[in-house]
Each structure stands twice: as structure tokens, then as C-alpha cells.
Design a protein around this ligand. Structure first.
Ligand code: HEC
Ligand code: HEC
Length: 399
């Protein structure tokens, strides 16, 4: 008999359709059942960017260019050496290759890549920011990251004529240096950077070509996905239950889970979402705050639905899997070095602590054979498209 423990809605629905049994999952076949095809096509294509009404310049090309300039600008950091790109390095798929970040101090979390970041609802591993621009101002001031400040940011804009002109073309007069003007300029720097980050999009991986072929019945494009990756895909949408959390075209449900990977050596267990909720509600640079361009819209409303959640302890955001092959090491503390390690973890759940309140009952050891593990890894590798226009991956000569 099947035990019906507290499963998420999506997982319960999977069980109801019988996916938990093994019988309907042929081990080596590369053919897909109609049900599998339907599930596969939910992961592609990536839809157009969702609008961000909290940021009036989100899709303004001049703001994006200014933001790109600021993304690479070391003058915004406390010691003049660090920029966003120091950790989110475009040559490393917008990450740093480290287990945990090394900024002004050694951090406690892994640097996430920024692919398709504008499709998220919450930002940071713990989701403590409710809009992309609200996120962007935090590292500027964080003692772990750039250790800069609002006043320094304001002065950098004020004292550089070209930069100031570029800023004022987008946002109007910089204003005198009172607190209100300093805070407004700070929020606007976040909005410009967010306009740039919205262009960091990955949508045309071999998997997407394959999905297109599957939809059109075109065997040429179906072959864009090698047989091993196709077998891995079957596991991903079937017995592996990966799609329960890594759902939709950006391979994330945008929500928070504790999958139980043990903390990295020398680091405490991460409180995750539990420690973020208060800060999120009170964020002066948040979607409901004074600098938001849509204080009563959807993003602001999302904040009022945040309950104190007994399950939030230890939960982190489900990361997107697009370009995941380029962004090792993995997990919020960089605990797992390679994709093979990640797949082995889901296969054994080794080291996972005994059930706590945030435990995900959808997770059970998958006991994958070594061939199945390499198939699943091959599928994850097929989600790679890091092809951004060269003009987007370096500091522009002028803002
Ligand atoms: C010292 C390295 C470092 C620097 C510098 C840095 N970041 Fe990050 N970034 C991180 C780490 C680590 C996290 C995850 C922190 C957390 O979850 O608490 C992160 C998270 C993010 C996220 C959230 C992504 C998501 O999916 O939720 C975005 C967006 C981001 N950074 C953009 C920026 C921008 C913009 C700047 C410059 C203003 C910047 N970062 C500077 C290391 C850095
Ligand atoms: C219960 C929800 C859930 C399920 C089911 C799930 N994942 Fe995850 N996945 C997550 C969360 C949450 C993280 C981040 C965990 C952390 O940092 O501690 C993650 C992390 C990952 C990462 C690392 C990404 C990165 O950038 O660090 C990969 C790869 C991954 N999952 C693949 C899979 C595969 C393959 C499956 C199916 C075998 C799967 N996941 C099933 C929620 C889930």
C-alpha cells in the first residue's frame, strides 16, 4: 500500500497518476509516452520576460546600459576593488567557481548564477528580497560582499560628470545630498542594475531545440538531445520526481524547500527562509516600500501573504537548472562539487538529517544505477546555453 504522507500538491498529483511506480518507466527506451511528452513540453520554451512594474525603468535600454556599467564598477565597493562581476563573473557563467563567496569578508553562501534571474519571484537563497532591484542594493552595503555604502554610491554618481549625466538622463536630477536624495539614488542604482540583469537570459539549449522538434514532430531537432540525455529526461519527469520542484520552463517552482544536504565543513546549518521573512516584510527598498513604482501591485501583495511558516527553517529557494553544468560547485553552501555528486545525492540522500519540520516527503532515495546517474547528468548538461551577445558581458566604455 502507498503511504500518503504530507506531500505537496504537485507530488500528490504525480502519485495519483501512478508515476511513483516503476512499471511505466522503461529503463532504456528513448521513446516517450503522450503523458511524458506533455510533461516535457511544460519545460520549454521559456516565455517572454515577466514585467516588473515595481521598477519603472526595468525595460529602458538606457537604464540597462547604465546598469551594465555599474555592474562592473568597482568604485561602488568599500575598498574600490570589488564589483558585482567579481563574484558574478560573466566569463564563469555569472558565478565565481567557489564553494562560498569571497567578498570583503568570506561569505556563508554559494554565489548563484544570474541566468533568467528576472523570472524569479524572490531573490537570494532565502528569498529575503521581493524584487530584482531590491536585491541589487543589498550587496553594495553588505559587509560580506562589497562593503560600500549609500553615501559613497551617491558621491560616486555626483563626482563623475559622465556617470551623473547618464544617471540623470534616466532618473532626472540627482538632488542634493540629504538622506532622501541619497536613498533615492541608491534605489535607482538598484533599478538600473536590475534592467541590465533582465538581459541575462538563457533560452536556446539543446533541450529547447529537442522540445521544439518533439512539438513539431521533427526528428532532426529531436536528435539535438543525445540518447543518454533523453533517457535522463525520462527520469527527470518520471521516477526522479525532479519536476515536482524544478518545474516549468525555468526549472524552478520559485519556492523554498529543505532537501537535507548536510552543511559544509565549518559552517552552521543555514536557517534559510525562516530568517528572511521579517527582513523581507520590512525592507525599505522592497516592492511595498517608498521607492517602489508599484507599491500596491502583485509583488507588494505577495508580501502580505507571508505567514510565519513553521516549515521555513532550513528551506532555500529551488535554483533554476538552466546552465547548471557551468556553475559548479552546487547547493547553497557549495557542498557538492560536481553534477555527478548532486545526482548521487538524490540517489542516496546520504547524510540527510532525520526528519525535521521542513523535510520534503517527496524525496526518497532514488537508488539509481550508475548508468541512470550518468543519464540524468547528461540531461542536466543539455540545459546549457550561455550565448549572450558579446556586448552584454563586459563593462561598456561609457555609461
Ligand atoms: C562577494 C561576492 C558577491 C558580490 C560582490 C555580489 N554578489 Fe550577488 N550574490 C552573492 C552570493 C553569495 C549570493 C547569495 C547570497 C544569499 O543568498 O544570501 C548572491 C545573490 C545574488 C542574487 C540573487 C540571485 C537569485 O537567484 O536569487 C542576485 C540577483 C545578485 N546576487 C546580484 C548581485 C549584484 C547586482 C551585485 C552587485 C551590486 C552582486 N550580486 C554582488 C555573491 C556576490
Ligand atoms: C523537494 C524539491 C526538490 C526536488 C524533488 C528536487 N530538487 Fe533539486 N534542488 C532543490 C533545492 C531546494 C535545491 C537547493 C538546495 C540547497 O542549496 O541546499 C536544489 C538543488 C539542485 C541542484 C543544484 C543547483 C545549484 O545551482 O546549486 C541540482 C543540479 C538539482 N537540484 C537537480 C535535481 C534533480 C536532478 C532532481 C531529481 C532527481 C531534483 N533536483 C529534485 C529542490 C528539489
Amino acid at each position: 500500500m502507498r503511504s500518503r504522507v504530507v506531500l505537496g500538491a504537485a507530488a500528490a498529483c504525480l502519485l495519483a497518476r501512478g508515476d511513483a511506480g516503476r512499471a511505466d518507466v522503461p529503463q532504456a527506451s528513448t521513446e516517450f509516452t503522450p503523458a511524458e511528452v506533455r510533461r516535457i513540453l511544460q519545460h520549454s520554451p521559456l516565455p517572454p520576460l515577466p514585467p516588473d512594474p515595481t521598477n519603472a525603468v526595468a525595460d529602458d535600454p538606457r537604464a540597462a546600459r547604465l546598469g551594465q556599467f555599474l555592474f562592473f564598477e568597482t568604485r561602488l565597493s568599500g575598498d574600490g576593488r570589488l564589483s558585482c562581476a567579481s563574484c558574478h563573473d560573466p566569463r564563469r557563467a555569472f558565478t565565481d567557481g567557489r564553494a562560498v563567496a569571497a567578498g570583503a569578508r568570506t561569505g556563508r553562501r554559494n554565489t548563484p548564477a544570474l541566468w533568467n534571474v528576472a523570472y524569479n519571484r524572490w531573490f537570494f537563497w532565502d528569498g529575503r528580497a521581493g524584487a530584482l532591484w531590491s536585491q541589487a542594493v543589498q550587496p553594495l552595503e553588505s559587509p560580506d560582499e562589497m562593503a560600500g555604502g549609500r553615501l559613497e554610491t551617491y558621491r560616486t554618481l555626483r563626482d563623475d560628470r559622465t556617470l551623473r549625466r547618464a544617471y540623470e538622463r534616466v532618473f532626472g536630477p540627482l538632488g542634493t545630498g540629504d538622506n532622501a536624495a541619497v536613498d533615492r539614488a541608491f534605489a535607482n542604482v538598484g533599478k538600473a542594475i536590475a534592467a541590465y540583469e533582465r538581459r541575462i537570459v538563457s533560452r536556446r539549449s539543446p533541450f529547447d531545440v529537442f522540445a521544439e522538434g518533439l512539438r513539431d514532430g521533427d526528428t532532426g531537432r529531436v536528435a539535438a538531445l543525445p540518447a543518454a540525455a533523453r533517457r535522463g529526461l525520462k527520469l527527470f519527469v518520471g521516477r526522479g520526481q525532479c519536476r515536482t520542484c524544478h518545474s516549468g520552463p525555468n526549472f524552478t517552482d520559485k519556492e523554498f524547500h529543505d532537501i537535507g544536504v548536510p552543511p559544509a565543513d565549518g559552517l552552521d546549518p543555514d536557517p534559510g527562509r525562516a530568517a528572511a521573512l521579517d527582513r523581507l516584510r520590512r525592507d525599505p527598498f522592497g516592492p511595498a516600500g517608498a521607492f517602489s513604482d508599484d507599491r500596491h501591485g502583485e509583488a507588494a501583495n505577495n508580501l502580505s501573504f507571508l505567514a510565519a511558516d513553521a516549515h521555513a527553517q532550513g528551506q532555500v529557494k529551488t535554483p533554476s537548472l538552466r546552465n547548471v553544468a557551468l556553475t559548479a560547485p552546487y547547493m547553497h553552501q557549495g557542498q557538492l562539487a560536481t553534477l555527478q555528486d548532486v545526482v548521487r545525492y538524490y540517489s542516496t540522500l546520504e547524510g540527510r538529517p532525520p526528519s525535521g519540520p521542513g523535510e520534503e516527503d517527496v524525496l526518497a532515495p532514488l537508488n539509481l544505477t550508475s548508468e541512470e546517474q550518468s543519464d540524468l547528468t547528461a540531461f542536466l548538461e543539455s540545459l546549457t546555453d550561455a550565448g549572450l551577445a558579446p556586448s552584454l558581458v563586459a563593462k561598456p566604455p561609457t555609461p
